[in-house]
Each structure stands twice: as structure tokens, then as C-alpha cells.
Design a protein around this ligand. Sequence first.
Ligand SMILES: Cc1cn([C@H]2C[C@H](O)[C@@H](COP(=O)(O)OP(=O)(O)O[C@H]3O[C@@H](C)C(=O)[C@@H](O)[C@H]3O)O2)c(=O)[nH]c1=O
Length: 185
Amino acid sequence: MKVEPLAIADVRLITPPRFQDPRGFFSETWNQGRFAEAGIPGPFIQDNHVISRGAGVLRGLHCQVGPNAQGKLVRCVRGAIFDVAVDARQGSPTFGRWVGATLSAENWTQIWVPAGVLHGYCTLTEETEVIYKVTGAYDKAAERGVIWNDPDIGIEWPVAAADVILSDKDKVLPRLRDCPPLFYV
Ligand SMILES: Cc1cn([C@H]2C[C@H](O)[C@@H](COP(=O)(O)OP(=O)(O)O[C@H]3O[C@@H](C)C(=O)[C@@H](O)[C@H]3O)O2)c(=O)[nH]c1=O
């Protein structure tokens, strides 16, 4: 299994091996022991499956605060996404920094976004399916977000701003500097 640390502490890219034969391939997409060794302890309590229609669908930047803060293990099983993590932990040396990676059905790469880190992604293909495991229960009251194009963060999204498709909720999110502290190290 390939494990790559990214420039925000605890964020990792994981590429599990695929075993190919004439029928296709087999892959362990989650293995408690191996992923724990890679710094992804779980336990996961919910799996989410998301379909997005159209390239440029942008979801984020999201997190949940408090006891239901979530670590997320994200993969793309159809099409491709550009996935982003933003450190929202006050006191972290990388507070406000972003990292991004392309996850696709071809590269089979997963990203681990721990609690304390905002998460978002945009679709790069017309039909996109994303599956992710989360460590905390969905808690609407605990949801927080930061606007996708916060100039202080400066994420280089690979889609033109004019082509970005957002939910109404995500259109009106605040900048990180206008949020009360979300997490502490
Ligand atoms: C996140 C979530 C949403 N929902 C419902 C609420 C709503 O009716 C519908 C769509 O929710 P949203 O608009 O929040 O979906 P979305 O914008 O896709 O939100 C997600 O974005 C990515 C980037 C994340 O990291 C996730 O944690 C989550 O925040 O699904 C659940 O039932 N369970 C859940 O865990």
C-alpha cells in the first residue's frame, strides 16, 4: 500500500494495491490493521456515497465541530475529483494552508482528512461518484463551512470560477478569518 504524507500534518494519500486478473481486479479499500499503521485509525461509523452531475460541481469547504468532528477517508469510484484539505486547527503550524490531490477511478487513490481539517472537492468529469467513510455521526447543528474561494487560503481549483456549481448553502459560507475558532491543536 502506498502512503504519502501531505504538507498538512496527519493528512495522507493512500493507494491500496489492485490485484488484476482476466476478470478485472480486486482491492482492499479499507483494512483496519494496514490503515492504522498508515496513521488512519478510524473507527468509522458511517459510509457516504455521493453522485455529482456535471463537471465543476464543488462541495465544501466543510467540517463538523465538537464531539461529532469527523475524520474522512475519501475515494472516487467513477470519474475524477480534485480533493482539498484546509488546516483549521488554531495553533497548528499549517493553520489556513491547503493541500489538494486528484482522486479518480483510474488512480484508485484515497485521501485521509482528519478531524480539524476542512474538506472539499470539485468534480473533473461529467459523471462522478465519491465514497467516503467518516468517524463521527452526521450532526447538522455541528456543521461549519468556509467559502471555497477564500482569498486568504488561495486554493488553486482546476476549474474556472464561472464554471463552478455550488449548493445554495455553500454560496454563502464565511471566510476562515471571519469564523470563530473551529478547532484547536
Ligand atoms: C453530510 C450529510 C448530509 N446528509 C443530507 C443533508 C442534505 O439533505 C443532503 C445534502 O447534504 P449537503 O448539502 O451537506 O451535502 P454535501 O455538500 O455533499 O456535504 C458534504 O460535503 C463534503 C465536502 C464533505 O466533506 C462532507 O462531510 C459533507 O459536508 O444530505 C445526510 O443525511 N447525512 C450526511 O452525513
